[in-house]
Design a binder for this molecule. Structure first.
Ligand SMILES: [Zn+2]
Length: 72
């Protein structure tokens, strides 16, 4: 599905994957990689969490409508 996706779909997918993997790491080895790299409670960390949330919303919306860029 992601192979023929447009850049927008790939970016949204990649950010969602980063968020999902981060949660997986928290569960598996109690490591929050985003906070490890960007610092806990920093603006950069907030931005990443915000982007993960936005990509979650974008993926949710994509179940009901097509991508405006690639029409998939
Ligand atoms: Zn697309």
């Amino acid at each position: 599905m992601l192979k023929q996706a447009c850049l927008l779909c790939k970016i949204v997918g990649a950010i969602a994957i980063i968020g999902a993997l981060n949660w997986g790491l928290i569960a598996a080895i109690n490591l929050n990689l985003v906070e490890q790299v960007l610092g806990a409670g920093t603006t950069a960390t907030r931005v990443v969490y915000g982007l993960v949330g936005l990509s979650g919303i974008a993926l949710l919306v994509s179940y009901f409508t097509v991508c405006p860029a690639c029409k998939k």
